[in-house]
Design a protein around this ligand. Sequence first.
Ligand code: NDP
Length: 294
Amino acid sequence: MNNIVLISGASSGFGAAAAGKIAANGDIVYAGMRDIAGRNAEAAEAARKDADERGVDLRPVELDVSSDESVGAAVSGILAAHERIDVLVHNAGHMVTGPVEAFTPAQVAEIYDTNVISTQRLNRAVLPGMRQRGTGYLMWVGSSSTKGGTPPYLGPYFAAKAAEDALAVSLAKELVRWGIETTIVVPGSFTSGTNHFAHSGHPEDSDTAAAYELRYAGLMEQVAGKLAELFPADVDASIVSDEMARLVALRSGERPFRVHLDPADDGSGVVSAVADHIQNEFLGRLDLGDLVQR
Ligand code: NDP
């Protein structure tokens, strides 16, 4: 039976590419995009055209992950059509760059909302059905910054991605006994091939940001330039969406808990392996070893 798949943030980047590849494997894919009638009209049209040309089932669906109403409408529409969602991919995200102090609290809250709270909205809409059926698959697009190299001027985004990872780690244990699997996909820095860097946001408090230039002039340009330099020339962003599609196609029981795709290797693979191992060992000491997804 085909999977019914919902991907958030599928208007560009990893999400758009993964949606097309998962559909090519024969699944019915709902490509979540916000503002399909406006800013993402072209992306939605491109997905529809792609689906027609390749004869795949790829359906753009209005999904603003920051809105309870939008999440509710998207999920209930899919459930009305198919009575199930088998795979939920938390891919939507937004990065900001600049000195931490220069972001207003409201901005930081918004960054957390887009990257973390949004997953709670989607999970609370989708998980009841998965639990009822005793099967399902949650994929989270995390970030190597959670455990690897963390250059400055990316603080609110890195903090939000770390919170997202922590939520995914805890929730995974609570879903094992319901037959619901989890994979955290951990990309390193891909400075091109997605809109991530090009569309990054900036601090509202420009006076404070300007003050930091006195001691940290050009720091963000240096970080972005060096990250691009560290990236091997023979790899591109398609490796992430290839892997996302491969994971969805795996059979239940074969899916790994965490996968790293970090061509520049910021060290997160090593630290995650240790952290996940230690957390799992401790569960064993609590007689909760059955909650570990192998
Ligand atoms: P893109 O900017 O290309 O994709 C981000 C997607 O998220 C866009 O479709 C964007 O939609 C969507 N989005 C943002 N806010 C919302 C919202 N409120 N509701 C719905 N959709 C929203 O970048 P990537 O493909 O690189 O990013 C995808 C994921 O990968 C993110 O979670 C990011 O954190 C993660 N990641 C990326 C890395 C990289 O280096 N590229 C590294 C590590 C992790 P819209 O077009 O409307 O803005």
